[in-house]
Write a protein that binds this ligand. Sequence first.
Ligand SMILES: [Zn+2]
Length: 459
Amino acid sequence: MPDLEAVKHQLENRDEPESKMHLDSLFDDVVENALEQKSRPADSVGAQHYSDPEVMLAFYSRLFPFKLIFEWLNRSQTPSNSFSHREIAFTLQNDAYLRYNSFPTSEALRKEVLRLNPLRFEIGPVYSANPRDRKTLRKSVFKPIEKELVFDIDLTDYDEIRTCCSKTTICQKCWRFVTTAIKVLDIALRNDFGFKHILWVYSGRRGAHAWICDKSGRTLDDANRKAIATYFEVVKGGINAGKKVNLKRPLHPHLTRTFDILKQSFQTDILENQDPFRETIGQDRLLQLLPDKALTEALRKKWETQSNRPSTNKWNDIDAIARTRASPNLDPKLLVMAKQDIILEYMYPRLDSEVTKHTNHLLKSPFCIHPGTGRICVPINPSKAEDFNPLTVPTVTQLLAEVDATSSEYTEKDSDVSKTSLRPYIEEFQRFVDDLMKSEITLKRQRVEEVERPSSLDF
Ligand SMILES: [Zn+2]
């Protein structure tokens, strides 16, 4: 295991990055992630500290779980095309973006990461041929054939409804939106689509990614990915849209189940923590979403004299006023449906569906460092999503300090990770990867048996 001095030496003496050589092939490929990268300089103060080349290199060489990443993508200890034809894209310290890299083994990936010392790297699809050879191949021969189905939840998509924070800041109150989205999606992906191997990963600042690793998810074509993305689309329209939730009744079973999950915490997560209806703008939005003119007029009148009335009271006022028969023509069923739609508008997962729709979309690798927060993109156990606190996820500088502080207490046999607070996250990932590899072996065995078994007509 290299020590920090050796790492520094390696950094000082490394070759020029390959970015210059690759630039000609870059520009036609860069567009996909350009937007996200442009936002990087706006990162919070101190960001430079976390992405210091020495810090990054020490992290990659001492703590990054290359072997596990290999096993996850390869689903076997023996190297195969699942790994060697997989695109890896690097974002370098100078912001150059290198696409279509691929590696035969985890050690080859590790070497290149230590040589380039990238800010982060992203994982793309498995191609029909080695991505490095793409220039010598006809387009019909070189195409993406497999990639995990992915989902992206980002709190910026909640900016119109979260009141506690905005833009890049998060707190435990608004993280509840992510927790809820994980719960809703995870159960739907398992129950409605039969997926079993769903890896949830913290994105390092204000969101989470899901990687569905089952073969049935990896081999979906773009049309089917789009269909699944559409299945999860409930809140539609931008900031000035009218009613954003328009659902037929009776509700689809997915939405009935989702609504049952959401309504349990609407009181605390929305009415109390976000308090969205207290201010005039939020109050107007609430009234706009109610069905009956006489009812909304009665509510508006009641609230005129109580400008600072909390959302919980305003929400309760709706039924209270309805019961006074302020509106003789009020249809109680319509009111119930409107209230359901409001709960869905304020709580249903908001997804960046473009990420989900395309096989060739790249997504940041688990265990990369977020340059703005220094936090590691660690796995989140969906069955304990409620316990996950993004604000206590270890930062890279914290982890390196832990390694240094304990280095004399351990024998050389201990890996550096075992000394740090990254350990439980690595163990979590290891369990996930082991399960995935086991089920892949079972799948292969079943396929062999099917081929060998004589069909019932053959005797
Ligand atoms: Zn917040």
